[in-house]
Design a binder for this molecule. Structure first.
Ligand code: FAD
Length: 286
């Protein structure tokens, strides 16, 4: 059972870590959620040449330096995935696997959401395609589903789904080492897309062909923002923010790539700081 916090920060790249150290400096409690690498963008960047004061810095070195700085200030990264963020009165409830945690304010620093969709994915979203195991599992009680998992961290969600459904095809995008329950068939194949009529009927695989399913859960590290925070206003696929990094949802702030171009480390760090300070000011007023 996790403790409730003042500020929850979702994503631990440069924007999230910058927000985290500033929340920490203001002596407020925080939850920082993100994957082990924290920023796969920085990890991939060969050299960062335009971060002031430290030219020619390999992206990986900068990533480690940011993480070490945060760690030295007592910031911990929690490796869990958030399925939804819902305002309830003056606080937010964050749905984390089968648990909820409360935060007074939220800072979104999730980077750029991949716009790549499989054929049929958008057409069947809400009609058989879901991104949230905890939200939609019960619709599939006793049915057959497929689960596409991007990373090992999604296995707990898949196991939870397996307890509800009759049969699951588990399609990992990584090498699986864990043993799954008997009703789960792990398949190494490439998903080509989804087919159906009014609702999803089959998932198309490169080698196995069409598998009839009642539903598909796509467990992604980066969820579409509008799924994560219902009612969040977007502008050209980025979260719309003002100069305080406030979104249209009171108490929710956004910073870094998720809040728009240019996709740059210096901007992410600056916006992360602004978002944190705005969030602290907000919770002091509520
Ligand atoms: C190859 C390459 C070269 C680059 N070169 C430069 C350069 O030279 N100069 C420069 O300034 N910038 C450069 N960039 C861009 C820079 O890396 C990004 O602008 C910067 O990392 C953005 O920081 P961020 O914190 O907004 O997002 P990210 O660094 O993308 O971090 C966001 C994190 O949030 C996580 N996340 C997403 N959704 C969730 C969720 N639901 N729950 C928990 N965590 C979540 C993501 O997995 C990710 O780890 C480069 C990027 C790449 C890929």
């Amino acid at each position: 059972m996790m403790e409730n916090v003042d500020i929850a920060i979702i994503g631990c790249g440069p924007a999230g870590l910058s927000a985290a150290i500033n929340v920490k400096a203001r002596n407020r409690s925080l939850l920082l959620i993100g994957p082990q690498l924290c920023s796969s963008s920085l990890h991939k960047a060969h050299r960062i040449n335009n971060y002031l004061g430290i030219p020619e810095m390999p992206g990986e070195d900068l990533r480690k330096a940011f993480l070490n700085h945060a760690k030295d200030m007592g910031v911990e990264v929690t490796q869990l995935s958030v399925a939804g963020i819902y305002p309830v009165g003056d606080v937010f409830q964050l749905q984390i696997q089968d648990d909820f945690i409360e935060a007074k304010a939220v800072v979104l620093t999730t980077g750029v959401v991949s716009t790549h969709h499989l054929p049929g994915e958008e057409a069947f979203t809400g009609k058989g395609v879901s991104y949230c195991a905890t939200c939609d599992a019960l619709f599939y009680r006793g049915k057959t589903i497929a689960v596409i998992a991007e990373a090992e961290e999604h296995e707990d969600e898949a196991i939870f789904l397996a307890e509800v459904v009759e049969k699951m095809f588990f399609l990992p995008k990584y090498e699986v080492s864990r043993k799954f329950p008997d009703n789960v068939e792990v398949i190494s194949d490439r998903v080509k897309g989804f087919r159906g009529g009014e609702r999803l009927e089959t998932i198309s695989l490169a080698e196995r062909g069409e598998l009839p399913v009642d539903g598909v859960f796509i467990l992604k590290a980066q969820m579409p923002m509008s799924q994560l925070v219902p009612g969040l206003e977007l502008e050209n696929k980025h979260v719309r923010v003002n100069l305080e990094m406030a979104t249209n949802v009171t108490g929710v702030y956004a910073a870094g790539d998720v809040a728009g171009r240019p996709y740059q480390v210096a901007k992410a760090v600056g916006q992360g700081q602004q978002a944190a300070l705005s969030a602290v000011t907000y919770i002091d007023k509520v």
